[in-house]
Design a protein. Structure first.
Length: 298
């Protein structure tokens, strides 16, 4: 058996109850003795009890929600010790074979990262619609093989490859920046339907729209470093077309996946609403910058 170890980094920003389910799913993994969990604790989640209850290695690193989730994850990455480093959210449950797929894929030394699909862990019109709007690109079946667009809440990296570009997290940017940099420098990123997490957090509509607005503003703000003043204004003006573009793109993607047509039809108004609110946030971000929106993304 390989002696490689896996570290799982989790920014604990949503409270103890959702995190408990995530940790229980990790503790059930057959490879738990080869897995180190790194919890980045915040004022919202006291993690001391989890360290005592864990079925395997678990360490707690102190952070603050004011840093934003990417920087919290960076704290966890630099504190981790595994040969491979996975990043997930504090409100997803990992499938029973999740870790074995990571170990198996990473046995190919040419692979620097592997990501999988995200499935809905809750039902109901609001939860289903909001989930589809947020994770359209990662609902199964996802592309198989070499693919750089991997979900930020279901991804594992070869440690040395991640550390080459982890400064993007330290700068407050999402994993997509890391993935693009890895792909641009010739690293292989693999997508597989066998690596599955279930998204188990529920939202009210108002709460989710607020989060989506702040995500859109923070995302636009992250891009400003690479935009000239002219490009910034072009992106600002182009934001007016984003609701239609993003809604059409999400609809086409979901229509190609294992989503029942009736579910997609019922969810379409929510998808359109979410995309419109996110686009409004981007518009403000291009004009005024990110503000403190990243702190409010959960």
């Amino acid at each position: 058996m390989s002696s490689h170890r896996l570290s799982i980094v989790i920014a604990a920003v949503n409270g103890a109850e959702t995190l408990r389910s995530t940790l229980e799913s990790i503790d059930r993994l057959p490879e738990r003795d080869r897995i180190e969990v790194v919890l980045v604790e915040t004022a919202e989640t006291d993690c001391a009890g989890f360290a005592r209850e864990a079925a395997g290695p678990l360490r707690v690193v102190r952070g603050s929600t004011e840093e934003g989730i990417p920087r919290l994850r960076y704290r966890g990455v630099v504190a981790s010790s595994g040969d491979f480093v996975a990043i997930i959210e504090d409100h997803v449950d990992v499938a029973p074979d999740w870790a074995s797929v990571i170990f198996e894929t990473m046995a190919d030394a040419s692979v620097s990262a592997v990501g999988g699909r995200v499935e809905a862990g809750r039902t109901g019109w609001v939860d289903s619609g909001l989930f589809l709007a947020d994770y359209a690109r990662y609902v199964g079946p996802v592309p198989e093989g070499d693919h750089a667009d991997l979900p930020g809440n279901n991804i594992a990296y070869r440690r040395e490859a991640l550390l080459q570009h982890a400064h993007a997290l330290a700068e407050g940017k999402w994993e997509s920046w890391v993935n693009d940099a890895l792909a641009a420098s010739g690293h292989r990123l693999i997508s597989t339907n066998r690596m599955v997490v279930s998204h188990c957090k529920g939202f009210t509509l108002g709460e989710f729209l607020n989060l989506r607005w702040h995500f859109g503003r923070s995302y636009a703000g992250m891009r400003l470093d690479h935009l000239s003043p002219v490009s910034r204004m072009i992106h600002f003006a182009g934001s007016a077309a984003l609701p239609a573009i993003l809604t059409l793109r999400a609809t086409k993607t979901l229509a190609s996946r294992h989503v029942p047509k009736i579910t997609l039809l019922k969810s379409w108004p929510l998808i359109a609403l979410v995309m419109s609110v996110g686009a409004a946030g981007e518009c403000v971000g291009y004009l005024l910058g990110p503000g403190r929106s990243l702190e409010r993304v959960r």
